[in-house]
Design a protein around this ligand. Structure first.
Ligand SMILES: *Cc1c(COP(=O)(O)O)cnc(C)c1O
Ligand code: SF4
Length: 354
């Protein structure tokens, strides 16, 4: 794949003629174009997969609450004709979402109580998490974001000044975590604006990025992003989010290779999801496939109890059993930690024994 900047807008011939080319800086990067072209209509998605005739309980109400959004390259990794495809299930708005379920609420992880500044969450020792943006490249039906699709409280607003001030004021913070939404849905220049300011703070030792973009839209890992990562003054970790081995393909492998070459350590967090990855086989395949792309498993999350996501839940007893089977089946370094986020806890809560 050739980066856009290397190609010129309409090919080399343009330059040979007298037609003035647009300045390079005015051309949107190719990944932003792909983002704009994401599929947003459930009927179109089903037609692409040859599923128009399948009796799928697609819900216009659920789609109105949290719209469908999925990049075309991710759709290409779904199995045509399979209504139970594990990638499709993660994005398709279903009737199940609209059935209220006791215990499933809209602020399931207690974030409202942990706000330390504009878009800054300081829940755990030494780590400040920046809610960088409300935007994502894909809309995952199980995500708490379904209740804050256009979150206003984002750290990037106003040149990051409140977030930087909050980190500057607390010398116990040694790691900044860019989260969201998806921080890589911001332009690289915006990310750079933040890290340039953070570079002046001597107490920072690491930068971490929580992102699903390199998996769902690998074109995001372009020369600009790689150059930014390479130039950071701290070691960096990129924590990816893939839930199923089928989310990886050659394009994802290439993007992840570039992130590693830029010096980032790659980890993956997955959510345990009924009907997506709730079998030992699917989980083992995910961990092994990730490793082929240079990614180590980090967390396997029990679902946040978010209203609309109850149909994805796996009981704790079953989650522990699946995790126990993974421990027996895989090398220790390919087994993620099974955890649940509990409001008020000082860390993610481990669910597995030992
Ligand atoms: C999950 C989370 C972190 C990171 O926790 P780790 O266990 O270090 O991955 C930090 N801050 C908040 C608010 C979080 O939710
Ligand atoms: S924050 Fe992550 S899990 Fe939630 S919708 Fe965005 S990409 Fe999906």
């Amino acid at each position: 794949m050739l980066p856009v900047a290397a190609r010129g807008r309409t090919g080399a011939r343009t330059w040979a003629h007298m037609i003035p080319a647009a300045p390079l800086s005015l051309q949107p990067p190719r990944w932003q174009q792909a983002l704009r072209e994401a599929v947003r209509d459930p009927r179109e998605l089903l037609a692409m997969l040859g599923l128009q005739q399948a009796a799928m309980a697609v819900s216009p109400e659920a789609a109105a609450q949290f719209p469908l959004k999925v990049p075309r390259g991710f759709v290409a990794r779904m199995r045509p004709g399979d209504p139970h495809d594990p990638l499709l299930r993660q994005v398709l708005p279903l009737d199940d979402e609209m059935r209220p379920m006791p215990g499933f609420t809209s602020d399931a992880v207690g974030d409202a109580a942990a706000r330390a500044g504009h878009g800054v969450l300081h829940k755990y020792a030494g780590r400040a998490l920046l809610v960088s943006t409300g935007s994502c490249a894909i809309h995952c039906r199980y995500c708490f974001r379904r209740h804050f699709p256009y979150a206003e409280e984002t750290a990037a607003a106003g040149g990051w000044q409140d977030a930087v001030a909050a980190v500057r004021a607390d010398e116990s913070i040694t790691e900044v975590i860019l989260s969201g939404g998806d921080p890589l849905s911001l332009a690289t220049a915006k990310l750079s604006e933040l890290t340039t300011q953070l570079a002046a703070l001597p107490h920072l030792r690491r930068l971490r990025i929580h992102t699903r973009l390199p998996v769902v839209l690998p074109a995001r890992v372009d020369d600009g992003l790689v150059g930014w990562l390479q130039g950071l003054p701290w070691p960096s970790a990129v924590v990816l989010h893939a839930n199923h081995a089928n989310e990886f393909d050659a394009g994802v492998d290439e993007a992840l290779g570039r992130l590693r070459a830029a010096g980032a350590s790659l980890l993956n967090q997955a959510v345990l999801l009924r009907g997506v990855n709730d079998s030992t086989g699917a989980l083992a395949a995910l961990c092994e496939r990730g490793f082929m792309a240079g990614v180590l498993p980090y967390y396997l999350h029990q679902l946040d109890r978010v209203a609309g996501a109850a149909h994805f839940e796996v009981t704790d007893a079953r989650a522990r059993r699946l995790h126990g089977e993974l421990v027996e089946r895989l090398p220790g370094y390919l087994v993620p930690r099974l955890v649940r986020e509990v409001a008020g806890d000082a860390s993610k809560r481990p669910l597995s024994q030992g």
